[in-house]
Design a protein around this ligand. Structure first.
Ligand SMILES: O=P(O)(O)OC[C@H]1O[C@H](OP(=O)(O)OP(=O)(O)O)[C@H](O)[C@@H]1O
Ligand code: HPA
Ligand SMILES: [Mg+2]
Length: 187
């Protein structure tokens, strides 16, 4: 698995140090407000698991599973809800946790949906931001790291469902996704 990585962009230690800082900021801002923290599956799972342990105020968690990438490296532009929230967001202070904002299409859709459902406030916290990938106008409230316009994997981020379990963020060797594209063209 590690052999498929061209280089490590953000180490495990850098990720964990940043998450501690982000958790502290959430604790201070949301003290006594009982925020509803929504993780966007599947990519945000490791980030969510780590950051909530660094928040020192009561919070509630819930998940949405949406997908717009399928097996490829380019957004299809269409967001599909695979699993909706169990919780009512009306009147709640909502924090949406994402692993990455790339085109912005996924979050653009989620923000409208949650505002439409009557949330009191919506804050966007992403571990990674790839501003060069943007297709819609969207700026996160908090971004851990800015990443270049390359397909990155690890720490929740996948390519064709693999590499989510890497503890760091890395850039995949182009031959890995070129091979996959060639294989799917011959199907
Ligand atoms: O800004 P965008 O271009 O919309 O891309 C970002 C979204 O794409 C990825 O999810 P994906 O749809 O691949 O599902 P996954 O989290 O299950 O991998 C990632 O986890 C973000 O949710
Ligand atoms: O760079 C990326 N890597 C993995 N998943 C993604 N989803 C959007 N951008 C990316
Ligand atoms: Mg993905």
């Amino acid at each position: 698995m590690h052999d498929d990585i061209e280089h490590i962009l953000i180490s495990e230690e850098e990720i964990q140090t940043k998450i501690k800082e982000m958790g502290k900021a959430i604790s201070e801002e949301y003290d006594s407000r009982f925020p509803l923290v929504i993780g966007v599956l599947k990519g945000a799972l490791p980030f969510m698991a780590d950051i909530i342990k660094r928040v020192e105020t009561h919070l509630e968690i819930d998940f949405m599973d949406v997908s717009s990438y399928g097996k490829g490296t380019v957004s299809s532009g269409e967001v599909k809800i695979i699993k909706d929230l169990d919780t009512t967001v009306e009147g709640r202070d909502v924090i949406i946790l994402e692993d990455i904002i790339d085109s912005g299409i996924t979050l653009n859709y989620l923000i409208s949906l949650i505002k439409h459902r009557g949330a009191k406030s919506v804050k966007i916290i992403t571990l990674l931001d790839k501003p060069d990938g943007r297709k819609v106008d969207l700026v996160p409230d908090v971004a851990g790291f800015i990443v270049p316009d390359a397909f990155v994997v690890g720490y929740g981020l996948d390519f064709a469902e693999r590499y989510r379990n890497l503890p760091y963020i890395g850039v995949l060797k182009p031959k890995i996704y070129n091979n996959e594209a060639a294989a799917s063209e011959t199907l």
